[in-house]
Structures are given as C-alpha cells and as structure tokens.
Write a protein that binds this ligand. Structure first.
Ligand code: FES
Length: 268
C-alpha cells in the first residue's frame, strides 16, 4: 500500500512506498548479463595481452588488434610496422602505446558507463530500483570527473582505428604476393565494426553537429551529423558487437598462429 507524504506547506512529496521497488519483472537479468559479458571479455583480453605469443601469422601478415602496433623489442620484426621502442619485459604489453587509450575510450564511453554503473556498482541497478549507495555525487568529483575527458579518448581511438585499418590492408599480402583468406574477412569485418562504433560515439556526434545555430549554413557538417546520428542510435549494439569482433579476430589469429588449424584461403 502506498501513501502520499505531504511536505510542510502542503506540497506533495514523493509517494511513501515501503517496498524497495514495485518492479515485478526480472530486472536483475540485464545487469547480470553485463557482469558476465564484460567480466569474461576483460579476463580473456588480460590473458591474451600478457601471453606475449601467437599474435602474428607470418605467411599472411595477420596481426591481432590486441598487439597493434607491436612496439616492444620482443616483437617479430615483420609485425613491428611502426618500430620498437620498449623493452620486452613481461609486464609491458606489446601494444603499450594504444591499450591505455582504448581502455580509457571504453571506460569513459557513455554506454559502458551506464552498463558498469548499473551492473558493477548498483548505482542504480535498474530503472525504478533504488541506488545501492546512500549518497550520490554523480560525476562531479574525483575520480569520476575524469569521465568528462571522453572526447580526448575519442580522438585517440580515431588514430588507433587508422592503425587497425592499416593492419587489415597489410594482411592482404601472402608469400605469393596478393592473398586473401578467411582471416582477411575477419580482420576487415572487425575494422568496419570498430569504425562504426568509433563514429557512433556521442562525442563524435557533438563534434560533427554541436554548437551550430544553422545547419543550412554548414551542409557538410549537417550531412556528417545525420550519418553519425544514424549510427549513434545503435551505439550500445556496436559496443557489444565490437567486443565480439575483437575477441573473434584475436582468437582466430591465435589459433592459426599456434597451428590449431590453417587459414581458409580463397586466393593464395
Ligand atoms: Fe561510447 Fe563515445 S559515447 S564511445
């Protein structure tokens, strides 16, 4: 049963509801799926990044995105497209220049914020369910105030997507010259999805069309903003799809590199 509390002065306040939530559906399922999905992906990526092996297929120039660009002196010479700058210590990932920025990009992403605030911090766990914490300071204080740096992580992610595109193009080389196999299909699919996710970013949409008073005076930006807006409505799906394509690409290259199976070649 609910009653409506009355504030001093007669104004109506929030209904005094004894129950924690009136939701009767299975609202715990979505945060649970997120915990399993994100937790599993992070565990897989961590193992792979510190494996320091099976990241390069010599014959077909396949380089996993988890090791790109490969910049430690442990890197296979042909895989180090941009040179080696760091020592090959176990704690130093091969892609030390890019992984921190990619992590920052995903951590500060508007969608992932919603996902992990709900699922890992219960803040709140779902709509119309009370926050798991007594106080709430939003993103106005340290450390969450740094979520506002997302735009800068977006710029870095754009550069990294260019590097991933370069890797996908280089992978069309085989021992006989031009070659094309299932690995190329997977690498290109991954890059297309990474671009779709990156361009669907809310910061990108604001950069494209924000602060404009008259779209009619900026037709190019308007067109780009329209394009980005169409991607933007799929941002959550693209966030998950790219986790899938990244893991698939890495796993396929690891499997071929380790000799678990050969690459399916269409043109040698
Ligand atoms: Fe998700 Fe920018 S809002 S990547």
């Amino acid at each position: 049963m609910t009653t409506t509390a009355t504030k001093p002065g007669g104004a109506r306040a929030r209904a005094a509801i004894a129950a924690k939530t009136l939701r009767t559906d299975n609202w715990r399922l979505a945060p649970l799926i997120t915990v399993v999905g994100l937790g599993g992906w992070v565990a897989y990526a961590t193992v792979r990044v510190f494996m320091h092996d099976f990241y390069w297929v010599e014959d077909y120039h396949y380089l996993t995105p988890f090791y790109s660009p490969c910049i430690t002196d442990r890197c296979v010479t042909d895989a180090a497209h941009f040179g080696t700058y760091l020592p090959g210590w176990w704690v130093i990932p091969e892609a030390s220049f890019t992984l921190p920025f990619l992590l920052l990009f995903r951590l500060t992403c508007y969608y992932y914020r919603k996902a992990y605030y709900r699922s890992f911090w219960a803040s709140p766990p779902a709509c119309a369910v009370p926050d798991g914490h007594k106080t709430y300071s939003g993103e106005t204080r340290f450390p969450l105030i740094f979520q506002n740096a997302h735009r800068y992580a977006f710029y870095a992610a754009g550069i990294i997507s260019i590097i991933n595109t370069y890797d996908a193009i280089v992978a069309f080389r085989s021992p006989d010259g031009f070659g094309f196999g299932l690995g190329n299909v997977i690498l290109v699919l991954n890059v297309v999805m990474l671009w779709a996710y990156t361009l669907s970013c809310h910061s990108c949409r604001h950069i494209a069309g924000g602060r404009l008073k008259h779209f009619s005076k900026h037709p190019v930006r308007y067109r780009f903003w329209t394009f980005v807006s169409k991607l933007n409505v799929r941002h959550m799906q693209l966030a998950w799809i790219t986790l899938g394509t990244l893991a698939l690409t890495d796993f396929y290259i690891m499997a071929v590199s380790a000799g678990w199976f050969g690459d399916l070649r269409f043109i040698n």
